[in-house]
Every structure is written in C-alpha cells, then in structure tokens.
Design a protein around this ligand. Structure first.
Ligand code: AKG
Ligand code: FE2
Length: 176
C-alpha cells in the first residue's frame, strides 16, 4: 500500500486511466469543458477527472485461486472517483445496493438472508478498468467471491488463476 508519492509506474497508470476515461464513449480534450450530455456519459464528473493529484493512494492486491474480497463500500476517508485495474485471472465483480443506515435490516429486525439483495455481475478481463463514482462508489457495495462454483459467466464456471488488482484512490484532506 502506498500513500502520498506514488511509484512512477502508478503515476503513469493514473495518466493512462485518465486518458482511457477521456477517450471512452465521450471524447474530452485535456482541460476542455464538457457539455451536460458529455458529463452524463463520462464515468467521472470533470472536477474529479481533472483534480490534482488524480490519485495519491495505491493498493495492489494479489489473490490466489479461491480468494476474493467480500462486499464493501470503500472507506469514507477516500474521495469519490476510485479506479481498479484488474489483472491476470478474469473474474466477475458483483455490485449490490448498500443498505442505508437506519433501515429494518440495519436495525436487526430483518434477519440476514430474508431479503437477498440483487447482485449486478460485471465481467472483468485481464486489463479491465473499473471506475466507481457517485452512487456506484457510495450506495453500491462491490465484491469478488471466488469460492468454487460462484464465478460463473455465460452459464460457465470461470477457470481461476492468480489475480492481481491495483486500486487507486484519492485521500480526502483530514479535518484541521
Ligand atoms: O481486487 C479488487 O478488484 C477490488 C479491491 C477493492 O475493492 C479494494 O481494495 O477496496
Ligand atoms: Fe473496494
């Protein structure tokens, strides 16, 4: 895990991520203003896309076959606009809605499992980039369950190998 000055390869990766976002469905020139339509189609609003530094915290995770990460929303100490680069083994990341605090589930009246949340599967190839912002970052949990039998895509179980991910985030300024 690295905070502050990122290694040069992670700075280069951050630049490539920004370029990939700019060259995605909407083509946004460096520093240029986006129209409202562009803003809607772009995975990041322009204040996050052009902040400096883009990211200042990096964590690389390596998972052996069978290992994954349980459903979570990233810590609130990180700003909006989080990027994950998925490497090596392909996998399926699932998104499920986080229970707002104060709901029946949250207060314990509903037993876990009474209402299974809908899970949205997202297939990640080696080299896939996940960009989370807004609701996807704050209101949806993400998880990768690599227990045998769970990693399914197109009605087939995915072959599991070692998987590495690089997550880039921006720390929020600590309250003074
Ligand atoms: O390994 C991944 O793709 C997810 C990592 C992650 O969600 C995290 O570090 O918060
Ligand atoms: Fe996460």
């Amino acid at each position: 895990m690295r905070f502050g000055d990122l290694p040069s390869w992670a700075i280069e990766l951050s630049t490539l991520i920004r370029e990939a976002i700019c060259l995605g469905d909407v083509n946004v020139g460096v520093g240029s203003k986006m129209t409202n339509e562009d803003e809607d189609a772009c995975p990041l609003p322009s204040d996050l896309l052009w902040r400096e530094p883009f990211f200042d915290q990096m964590i690389a995770n390596r998972y052996n076959p069978g290992e994954g990460i349980c459903a979570h929303v990233d810590l609130m100490r990180f700003d909006d606009g989080i990027a994950i680069v998925s490497l090596e083994s392909a996998c399926v990341m699932h998104f499920s809605q986080a229970e707002p605090t104060g709901t029946v589930l949250d207060t314990g009246h509903l037993k876990k499992g009474d209402r299974e949340p809908t899970k949205i599967p997202v297939y990640l190839n080696p080299g896939s980039l996940v960009v989370m912002s807004g609701d996807a970052r704050y209101l949806w949990k993400h998880e990768i369950n690599r227990k045998p039998g769970v990693q399914q895509w197109d009605c087939r179980e995915l072959e599991q190998h070692r998987r590495t991910s690089v997550t880039l985030r921006k720390l929020l300024a600590s309250p003074s």
